[in-house]
Design a protein around this ligand. Sequence first.
Ligand code: 5GP
Length: 180
Amino acid sequence: METMQIKDKCFAPFIKEERILREVKRVAEEISQDLVAKNPIFLSVLNGSFIFASDLMRNLTIPAEISFVKYASYSGTSSTGKMKELIGLNTDIAGRTVVVIEDIIDTGLTMKYLLEDLQTRNPKEIKICTLLLKPEKLEVDLNISYVAMRIPNDFIIGYGLDYEELGRNCRDIYAVVNER
Ligand code: 5GP
């Protein structure tokens, strides 16, 4: 495999599709065992998790519903200057076991906002399932139940993840070159 140029950045092969699919299957099997009696609802966080979510769902062996949510950024005043609102959740999750499907957890702040929002809707429990985790970057205390792969701090694309909306369709995962 060769390097790939997207706009101003160069990316090199990092995780091959074969390994990704193996890890996704493993996570799906874990979830199927753990949540067999729980009638879970999966919430896929768009856009980045769409490919992970579809492969994960097809590997689950238990009845599973899925719904798709998205963050809309809006300007407002907060300590960080960034505000995010969750949109698209039309399903009632009260009393349900919810599994959040994310593409990548970096600082964990996005997931923290999401959990706070979901908690206001009175679910029975919330489990986090992420394709990728950057453990060295994690800033908040999160209980992450399912992690397909742990990676260093590199910026990555592929398998649903983008750089400026490009690269999502790459079957393998690529890491940016020379930016560590
Ligand atoms: P956090 O709030 O955990 O710092 O960031 C989570 C979000 O940042 C992810 O859902 C993703 O949109 C974006 N992100 C973090 N790291 C990467 C990366 O290496 N590649 C891409 N494409 N997006 C990333």
